[in-house]
Design a protein around this ligand. Structure first.
Ligand code: NDP
Length: 444
């Protein structure tokens, strides 16, 4: 067995019952093998063993009181995975499915994603198995305050800077920041995705979705194509999905379907984003309500059916493993030309294989959704410089970061003889910078 395979086998043995972590590690390690072969010094320095082991894992109790006076307890996590190129950076996810495996897969992916942005940020991720859905604002506040009452000890503007993710939007970041400031008596850039009135950056809310469309447009342009006139499916109807839809529509695409965890809406006339925003951002409602408001739309229960709708471009923007082999085959059969991942690891390993073998342009999450964390790093830069950039300035920087990422992953794929394999390109381009920094730091 070679070095990479040995590390992967050991990882599976030492971390049993962590399927999502195994999946992410398999995807990464299997593609960086040619780099590791070129650099025998990595094995001598135990670099891969250190790369796949988080620097620190923090797990804690989060007690809070619900509106009926009952004491509730959730599990909180922060995985500080790798700080070789900068302070730990990565979102917090509040969702009932959260466990150590999910936080570790997200953290591992985050290391390479953050490296690809070209900005000085290390990788981390955190969250809790708390479900904000259906909770009152007071309950969400009580939970966030309790969560931060432990987390504050481990984070800091130059140490670890969390942001939002699934279930953690502007409201949650506000409560988390308020509690941090109260405990530490510091108004600093310790969280990103903050409101504009207290240190946030313009265009952060839009950044992941816009960035996804910018990099996809660049990949399409490279083949003489574009979003204009294309039929697009977007899964999810949260932060990433909404702003991917907005930007794709502005480039002339027709988005025909979106979903939430209950079911999907198909609107052959093109999704009315103002109505989706009203339902999701203002009322925190269910996507089913869209079909009641728009005559041309049809609602179906369950999510999987969305991938059977014919489209040119699919942008999965909800959750891990939402596209399995069956859904990938359905997309390919219906002629999909490009799949770009807005969510983290939304395609299974089998689905990726099907896309790549069918000649579909496939942009993996760590490149395609890096716009969010890149703009978080721009928020950090504004915080530490006490600056406030305009929307246009931030958006321009975001666009140029996404275009650079595309060219870096494309060049890395070409250099290693795998033209068009952006999974390999992204993993190699991201890994090389982290490996160089880790080698420079010695065995730490
Ligand atoms: P949100 O919480 O705003 O939205 C998540 C969306 O996914 C909702 O529509 C939700 O539906 C849906 N969803 C959640 N679980 C499931 C499920 N099991 N099946 C079907 N749909 C589901 O999260 P974000 O938009 O912020 O994040 C979406 C994805 O993008 C995640 O993978 C996240 O890690 C990734 N990402 C986010 C970034 C950001 O800046 N926000 C940055 C980079 C990546 P419902 O409301 O019914 O739960």
């Amino acid at each position: 067995m070679n070095y990479v395979q040995t590390v992967l086998e050991n990882l599976k043995k030492q971390n049993p019952n962590e399927p999502e972590f195994h999946q992410a590690a398999t995807e990464i390690l299997s593609t960086i093998a040619p780099v590791v072969e070129k650099h025998p010094e990595y094995e001598a320095a135990g670099l891969l063993e250190r790369f796949v082991e988080p620097e620190r894992v923090i797990m804690f109790r989060v007690p809070w009181v619900d509106d009926s006076g009952r004491v509730r307890v959730n599990k909180g996590y922060r995985v500080q995975f790798n700080s070789a190129i900068g302070p730990y950076k990565g979102g917090l996810r509040f969702h009932p499915s959260v466990n150590l495996s999910i936080i570790k897969f997200l953290g591992l992916e985050q290391i390479l994603k953050n490296s690809l942005t070209g900005l000085p940020i290390g990788g981390g991720k955190g969250g809790a198995d708390f479900d904000p859905k259906g909770k009152s604002d007071r309950e969400v506040m009580a939970f966030c305050q309790s969560f931060m009452t432990e987390l504050y000890r481990h984070i800091g503007a130059d140490t670890d800077v969390p942001a939002g993710d699934v279930g953690v939007g502007g409201r949650e970041i506000g409560y988390l920041f308020g509690q941090y400031k109260r405990i530490r008596d510091e108004h600093v850039g310790v969280l990103t995705g903050r409101g504009i009135s207290y240190g946030g950056s313009l265009a952060r809310k839009e950044a992941t979705g816009y960035g996804l469309v910018y990099i996809t447009e660049e990949a399409l342009n490279a083949c003489g194509d574009s979003f204009k006139g294309k039929t697009v499916i977007i899964s999810g109807s949260g932060n990433v999905a909404i702003y991917a839809c907005e930007k794709a529509q502005s480039l002339g695409a027709k988005v025909v379907a979106m979903y939430d965890s209950d079911g999907y809406v198909y609107d052959p006339e093109g999704i009315r984003l103002d109505i989706i925003k009203e339902i999701k951002e203002v009322k925190r409602g269910r996507i089913k309500e869209y079909a009641a408001k728009v005559k041309s739309a049809k609602y179906s229960d369950g999510c999987k059916g969305i991938w059977t709708i014919p489209c040119d471009i699919a942008l999965p923007c909800a959750i891990q493993n939402e596209i399995d082999a069956e859904s990938a085959n359905a997309l390919v059969k219906n002629g999909v030309k490009c799949v770009a991942e807005g969510a983290n690891m939304p395609s299974t390993l089998e689905a990726i294989d099907i896309f790549q073998k069918s000649g579909v342009i496939f942009l993996p999450a760590k490149a395609a959704n890096a716009g969010g964390v890149a703009t978080s790093a721009l928020e950090m830069a504004q915080s530490s410089g006490r600056l406030f950039w305009t929307f246009e300035e931030v958006d321009k920087k975001l666009k140029s970061i996404m275009i650079n990422i595309y060219h870096n992953i494309d060049s890395a794929a070409n250099e290693y003889g795998c033209k068009g394999n952006y999974v390999l390109g992204a993993n190699i381009a991201g890994f090389l910078k982290v490996a160089e920094a880790m080698m420079a730091h010695g065995v730490v």
